[in-house]
Design a binder for this molecule. Structure first.
Ligand code: DC
Length: 221
């Protein structure tokens, strides 16, 4: 880890646009990109593969300790688990929900800390997640808390899935998203919360371009 590499931490609830915005800003700046949610999602896939129960915290930590993950960033983030491309599998709602469940265990979060911190490399890092500015990179130079109403977030997610040809119901998406928000916010270990020194951006009424512009303003001072 290079202490010299600046970090832009972007936290917020599911569907606030963190991934799109983080990737765009990382590309503009030529910085590295950490999708910490993809790490939790990949762990959920590995846990299912190893037939470990989502209730078995100790066994999940073992899986986390041996997690062989590689990320490749093209236009899209490519995720390899033990060399196998799991990019598509980690996109599903059920994978996100399983990730949220195992992410509630403090010892699991602890096991994944160094993997996330290893992304802090020159010339800089855009880190996207729930606890980037509070726990993983509390010293981050720039912190943003990106949010939007649950209606807007559910609609965005719905359109995204429909666009991929996946048949889903808006009502179900909204209720799963709200349940995930509740779990991620209520957990005792590294809950989803705005860091005191983070800049709040509500993207409900903003276009992607407007959000990117605002984030770039924050980073440029
Ligand atoms: O950002 P995402 O939807 O891909 O994340 C999936 C789940 O992983 C999320 O509901 C909670 C968990 N997560 C977390 O606890 N901490 C992070 N930094 C990122 C994700």
């Amino acid at each position: 880890m290079s202490p010299a590499a600046p970090v832009l931490a972007i936290d917020g609830p599911s569907g606030a646009g963190k991934g799109t915005i983080s990737r765009a800003v990382a590309k503009m700046r030529g910085w590295h990109y950490l999708d910490s949610g993809a790490i939790y999602r990949s762990l959920a896939i590995a846990v299912a593969r190893d037939k470990v129960s989502l209730d078995d915290e100790r066994a999940i930590v073992q899986v986390a300790n041996h997690l062989d993950l590689a990320f490749r960033c093209d236009d899209q983030l490519i995720v390899l688990l033990d060399g196998e491309d799991i990019t598509d599998r980690i996109q599903s709602e059920s994978c996100g929900n399983d990730a949220s469940k195992i992410a509630a265990y403090g010892s699991v979060r602890e096991a994944l800390l160094h993997k996330q911190r290893a992304f802090q490399q020159p010339p800089g890092l855009v880190a996207d997640g729930r606890d980037m500015g509070t726990v993983v990179f509390p010293q981050a130079e720039y912190k943003i808390f990106l949010t939007a109403s649950s209606n807007v977030r559910a609609e965005r997610r719905y359109k995204q899935l429909k666009g991929k040809g996946i048949d889903v119901s808006l009502k179900r998406i909204r209720s799963e998203l709200e349940e995930r928000d509740r779990r991620d916010t209520a957990r005792s270990h590294a809950p989803l919360v705005k860091a005191d020194d983070a800049v709040l951006i509500d993207t409900s009424e903003m276009t992607i371009e407007e959000v990117i512009k605002r984030v770039v303003e924050v980073v440029s001072g």
